[in-house]
Design a protein around this ligand. Structure first.
Ligand SMILES: [Fe+2]
Ligand SMILES: [Fe+2]
Length: 195
């Protein structure tokens, strides 16, 4: 927790309580997405092939990292997350406490793309409000935004649309943009131990 970080951001003209509210809502969305995707990746057995389930698991892994980093930034700004889970999940645009009822592969794809679309909207907005005022939050939001765009690309690649994602299976799921933005080393890719 840092009073200085809060004062600097306030001095740049941002209402820190409003900003931490947006970051908290985004963190709730990430945690809800992690939870929903964990269920969907199991629930989808028989509904879709292993390739899409792998993508869902990789997105889920990155969303958990997003949740962690957003939480840290809220506390750096002298904010606090709700101590009860229901107080966190359900604040944002995206999260509902209910995992969607998926009955067909089309339902699943539509749900995944809608989830990524809303995440892209959320981080575009946070990037806009922090530009030139809070470089640290801006850098984090931009890194998450890039990864949300990448998530959509993975799904579209699976559908045979678009240019495809930059990261192949085995390299996905490690949140490279967010790790770089927060000064962390990238862990070895799953199945590709470092020599
Ligand atoms: Fe995310
Ligand atoms: Fe995502």
């Amino acid at each position: 927790m840092s009073r200085i970080a809060r004062e600097l951001v306030e001095g740049a003209g941002l209402d820190v309580n409003v900003l931490t509210g947006k970051l908290t809502a985004a963190a709730g969305d990430e945690l809800a997405t992690f939870y929903h995707y964990a269920i969907l990746s199991c629930h989808s057995v028989g509904l879709t092939d292993d390739g899409l389930r792998e993508i869902i698991r990789d997105i889920r892994a990155e969303d958990l990292i997003h949740f962690d980093e957003l939480t840290k930034r809220v506390y750096e700004l002298d904010g606090i997350l709700p101590l009860d889970l229901p107080g966190l999940v359900g604040r944002g645009d995206l999260s509902s406490s209910q995992t969607p009822d998926i009955r067909s592969p089309d339902d699943l794809i539509a749900r995944l793309l809608e989830s990524e679309r809303r995440a892209i909207q959320t981080y575009t907005h946070i990037c806009d409000v922090t530009a030139g005022k809070d470089p640290r939050t801006h850098q984090l939001a931009l890194a998450i935004l890039n990864e949300e765009v990448e998530h959509e690309a993975w799904i579209r690649e699976f559908l045979g649309e678009g240019q495809g994602g930059r990261f192949r299976p085995g390299f996905r799921g490690r949140a490279p943009e967010v790790r770089r933005a927060t000064g962390q080393d990238l862990p070895p890719a799953h199945g590709f131990p470092s020599s």
